[in-house]
Design a protein around this ligand. Structure first.
Ligand code: SAM
Ligand code: TMP
Ligand code: ZN
Length: 405
């Protein structure tokens, strides 16, 4: 029995993926085999309903100089962040000398819009290489983990923040109590702390089991984020559904009583209760679905191999580490994966050691089938690779179930 990292309640384990590698640890032939493995298992707190991992990977093993993920790898995500940065500039950041801090600023995709508008800003991200891309765009970055101590230093040096923004990062931070103490030290009295992340409701509805991996320590819902905000002395004031990454939610958090709470919060609480997001039966069904999908995916790949069809992977996502290693997909079924991220190309995927190649390799020649590990970017990738389908190629997806399009 594990103790909830938010409220100290009991975490009920609902799925064990076994020993899994660090998802963004793309190895070289020399370093392959010396990877760090941990037990990837997820559970739900019976008290506050926060879905969380049972074992934490030390943060320096995930986020370091070599961390390869780049936000700018998706033009949809680029446009998404630019649009929200503009909205913030017109609203929360429209006063005299506003200040915005981003937790997990990565390559500066979000903050460069604020920087261009002349807004005071600071990105905080421990991964040095991605931070250098942000700096090259003129974005101010502190290469560091955001936590209570760094937040206090930022507050002392730059003053209070009107906006603390964090996309696809807060869920990565197991020591989230320290993040909230940091937000408390840094946020202006009427400031907002905005968190965007994968939405548990979408993950459960789509059986998106590969959203569970080392970096996704928490899977947020409106119910659990509201409780979490409360536990750490804040208040959830809005929840805005987003289509990105296969279904996300933007949570706006403020100091208690400072702002009117949007009726959307209560609406989502009701929806989530109706969806059974706190009910053990939902997680039992999810677990059965994961086992079924995994079996069906491997059966399909084995059948295609027996028929002499070629299959290539598309998108060496962090998520794919769970799909590949849990299903037991090796180079015999998927000989390589195409990915546009320079830092992943020429490397091998963690665990299964499937080579990652540049997207140019995809058409050289086209395979019969492409297994889309980056299913959350399906629209963007299928549009980009339109010629593949026109040439007779077909996409294999495994979310919400195994199907071919
Ligand atoms: N915000 C970007 C986006 O949505 O595309 C990047 C998301 S990326 C999945 C997560 C980022 O969080 C990485 O760049 C990582 O280095 C950073 N990160 C991890 N722990 C952090 C912490 N404690 N404080 C700040 N950034 C952190
Ligand atoms: P994500 O699902 O964590 O955002 O990761 C997406 C991965 O897919 C990332 O490694 C970049 C890759 N990718 C491509 O190779 N081509 C594309 O067009 C897009 C959008 C992503
Ligand atoms: Zn709890």
């Amino acid at each position: 029995m594990a103790e909830c990292r938010i409220c100290g309640g009991t975490v009920d384990e609902f799925f064990d993926f076994g020993r899994q590698p660090v998802s963004d640890s793309f190895v070289t032939p020399e370093t392959a085999g010396s990877e760090y493995f941990f037990r990837l298992a997820a559970g739900i707190c019976t008290h506050c309903t926060m879905v969380q991992l049972l074992e934490e990977v030390p943060r320096e093993r995930m986020f370091h100089e070599d961390y390869p993920y780049r936000s700018a790898g998706s033009s949809v995500m680029h446009d998404h962040f630019e649009a929200f940065a503009r909205r913030l500039l017109e609203t929360e950041l429209s006063g005299a000398d506003p200040f915005m801090v981003e937790i997990g600023s990565n390559d500066g995709t979000m903050l460069k819009t604020v920087q261009k508008a002349g807004g005071r800003h600071l990105g905080v991200d421990p991964s040095a290489q991605v931070g250098d891309f942000a700096r090259a765009d003129g974005v101010r970055v502190r290469t560091d983990f955001f936590e209570e101590s760094s937040a206090r230093e930022i507050a002392a040096g730059d003053g209070p923040a009107d906006v603390i923004f964090s996309a696809n990062t807060t869920s990565h931070i197991a020591y989230i109590d320290s993040v909230f103490r940091g937000a408390d030290a840094l946020l202006a009295p009427d400031g907002i702390f905005v968190i965007e992340d994968r939405y548990l409701g979408s993950i459960m509805a789509q059986q998106a089991f590969d959203q569970i991996y080392d970096e996704h320590f928490y899977l947020f819902s409106v119910t659990s984020v509201r409780r979490m905000a409360d536990v750490f002395g804040f208040e959830l004031i809005d929840a805005e559904p987003l289509t990105v990454h296969g279904g996300s939610m933007r949570y706006t958090i403020g100091r208690p009583g400072r702002r009117a709470v949007s009726p959307r919060v209560a609406e989502f609480l009701e929806l989530e209760a109706g969806q059974g997001l706190a009910s053990p039966e939902t997680y039992r069904r999810f677990a059965d679905g994961v086992r079924r999908t995994s079996r069906e995916l491997v059966e399909l790949l084995e059948k295609l191999r027996a028929e002499g069809r070629t299959v290539v992977g598309y998108g060496a996502t962090a998520k794919s580490a769970t799909a590949i290693n849990y299903c037991g997909i090796g180079t015999d079924l998927v000989p390589f994966i195409c990915d546009s991220t320079p830092a992943k190309q020429g490397r091998l995927t963690p665990g299964a050691h499937i080579p990652v190649r540049a997207p140019e390799a995809f058409a050289d020649p086209y395979p019969d089938y492409a297994l889309l590990f980056a299913w959350n970017h399906a629209e963007e990738i299928m549009a980009k690779e339109k010629a593949f389908r026109e040439a007779g190629g077909r996409w294999i997806l495994y979310v919400p179930d195994v199907h071919i399009v």
